[in-house]
Ligand binder design. Sequence first.
Ligand SMILES: [Zn+2]
Length: 411
Amino acid sequence: MVTKRQKQGMNLEDVQEMNRALVIRLLRRVKLCSRADLAKMTGLKNATITNIINDLISWGLVTETGIINGQKGRRSIGITLNTKAYKVVGIRLTRNYFIVGLFDLFGAENMVQRVPIDISVGSASVIRKIIDHVTQVLDTSRQFTILGIGAAIPGPYVRSEGKIALMTEYPGWEMVSIEKELSSSFPIPVFLEHDAKAGALAEWWLSPRHMENETMIYVAAGQGIGAGIVIDGRLLRGTLGIAGEIGHMSIDFAGPKCECGNNGCLEHYCSSIALVREVKEGLIDHPVSMLAKDQSFPAIVEALKGGDELVRKAVKKAAWYLGFGLVSVINAFNPNTIVIGDEMAKLGDLLLETVRNTVERHVLPRVYHNLKIELSSSTNDPALVGVSALVVERILHKPSAIPRLLEGSGS
Ligand SMILES: [Zn+2]
């Protein structure tokens, strides 16, 4: 497939737009600073920053906050993003619930609804339900300008077609373009992203520990296993948008056949679904386990806190597989940080330490010593927060389009 040729030259307006987008990007990271701070961070002249801020204030994207202590303790007027005027809607679809939320330009949650679903009833009825909930959120948010809607969906997701390529154990979803269904229901832009990639964006945007020039891999270890690879602040997507599908990386060529066509796919060994299966099978040998009555994932997390022997064994086994899978990822991308998020991160230190020990034993010592493996510190749903960050990034990539958007919305 030949993709549209990108223009390579830049006109003066393009440069202006790029500088405006850069200022917004920096404000999203630092949240509050002075004009002088922005000049220093961007390397732009004070007069250029003044012009940019004037534009952004007139479009309602930026506000002044009053006096702050700026560089060298000098008092100056604070500049921040306007969190009151603009919002975005975030959606997260999982195999047993979806969430709809309203977010500001910093990715802070304003309103979140979690709706249980039975995904086996088919895509049409689930998508209808999602559309109804988003409509409700839009109806109750008329005082804001909603810039767009982002949906984080389980993968692998083929970006060019707006479709899920495969939802393991739930066939049928690969037939429907979720993007088309949502876009045709709402008059604002809709963006879709694979949940792991959205989680990676949230981790990168909201955690100041990540630097602009690093390779960070966010591993969404939940009902499936996926990864978002962020290099120098940008997501690696690949030709079709499925880069980072590490859940379908084989760790055993003689292992069980996966629906993707491969054998012994990583997610069959260390997803939360695999862990639940392992615990259920283990009950035969551990009849006195705390999980004799309830083997749901939340019950497993509780039993782990209570020191249940069956659960400890099962968690260690899943974490070993996860660590073993990560070794290949580390050798392919040489990241400086791996952040493990989603459901499996709730298993805490036992999971983390087992993953670290496994990786340490299987990679070069020099590689291991230049690598941090951590659990996500996010208390909110990272995929949901990340997909709303993605909407902000996509829309504010062209800040001068905002006044036209305002005319269009009639506000
Ligand atoms: Zn597979």
